[in-house]
Design a protein around this ligand. Structure first.
Ligand code: NDP
Ligand code: 8X3
Length: 251
């Protein structure tokens, strides 16, 4: 894995940041992405002690920006071996008749279209080189809908479909495609979902032991370190206290 190049979206927090740290410790060269430049810079400074790091700051919703930033990668970072399509979030938790259209737009634009724009920009070189590995971060919400999850769950069901579609269409081109679908992970996810209401966000993870970002990073690491003929196509990870999207033992 030494010197392979990994491109991680949403590296400024949570699962993406934990994955970047684990990859750096194992000597992968990294392209870390996110909108928050200050976080990217401080993470790059930390990871540069272990590996070479390049930062790209863009909003995955902006297709022109996505394409131009990826096309402007320096030569020594342009042959991407591993793409972790991780950037994403939930916005709001409301019944379908009460949800905000802006929240719906954000979830579909970031979680679905953003993932497509990034993949579309990176795929040509993988196809040319006949090698690459794409990991799409789905969710248990992409397998089963939960009350008030409506559009977030739809966005993650779309990721599930895109993951399958990518794998089918890239079959025979030497590129691995697989999804890792986490259950509840304690990150900034709920803080974003509840628009900065930390009290409400903290309640999501109370009275049971949720997954930590590092738990998912380790599963991603497992997926990318399989032998060349092995592809982890679709893997769901929950904490001990979670049984499904809706059944969580909080007592
Ligand atoms: P965090 O909120 O901690 O991290 C989200 C990351 O996505 C941040 O780095 C953020 O960076 C980036 N991001 C968000 N919006 C954009 C955007 N418009 N453009 C570019 N980057 C963006 O959440 P998690 O680590 O939990 O989430 C990572 C992924 O895991 C998501 O796809 C989420 O749906 C999925 N997931 C999370 C679960 C959980 O329980 N936490 C469970 C199942 C799946 P920045 O704000 O700097 O742009
Ligand atoms: C995130 C998991 O259950 O909070 O995809 O929606 S959940």
């Amino acid at each position: 894995m030494q010197n392979k190049i990994a491109f991680i979206t949403g590296a400024t927090s949570g699962i993406g940041m934990a994955t970047a740290k684990l990859f750096a410790r194992n000597g992968l060269k990294l392209i870390i992405c996110g909108r928050r430049k200050d976080r990217l810079e401080s993470l790059a400074k930390e990871l540069s002690l272990s590996t070479e790091v390049h930062t790209l700051s863009f909003d995955v919703r902006n297709k022109e920006e996505v394409i131009s930033e990826i096309n402007s990668l320096p030569k020594n970072f342009s042959n991407i071996d591993i793409l972790i399509n991780n950037a994403g979030n939930a916005h709001g938790l409301e019944n379908i008749d009460e949800g905000s259209i802006d929240d719906w737009d954000a979830m579909l634009d970031i979680n679905v279209k953003g993932l497509l724009y990034v993949s579309k920009s990176i795929l040509p070189k993988m196809i040319e080189r006949k090698c690459g590995h794409i990991i799409n971060i789905g969710s248990t919400a992409g397998k089963e809908v939960y009350p008030k999850g409506n559009v977030y769950c739809a966005s993650k069901h779309a990721v599930d479909a895109i993951n399958q579609g990518m794998r089918i269409d890239l079959n025979g081109k030497g590129i691995k495609v697989g999804a890792i679908n986490p259950g509840l992970v304690e990150t900034e996810f709920s803080k974003v979902r509840f628009k900065g209401d930390t009290e409400k966000a903290d309640q999501v993870y109370q009275r049971y032991t949720p997954l930590k970002p590092k738990d998912i990073a380790e599963v991603i690491w497992f997926a990318v370190t399989r032998p060349p003929h092995v592809n982890i196509a679709d893997l769901t990870v929950m904490c001990l206290d979670q049984a499904s999207s809706t059944i969580i033992n909080k007592f």
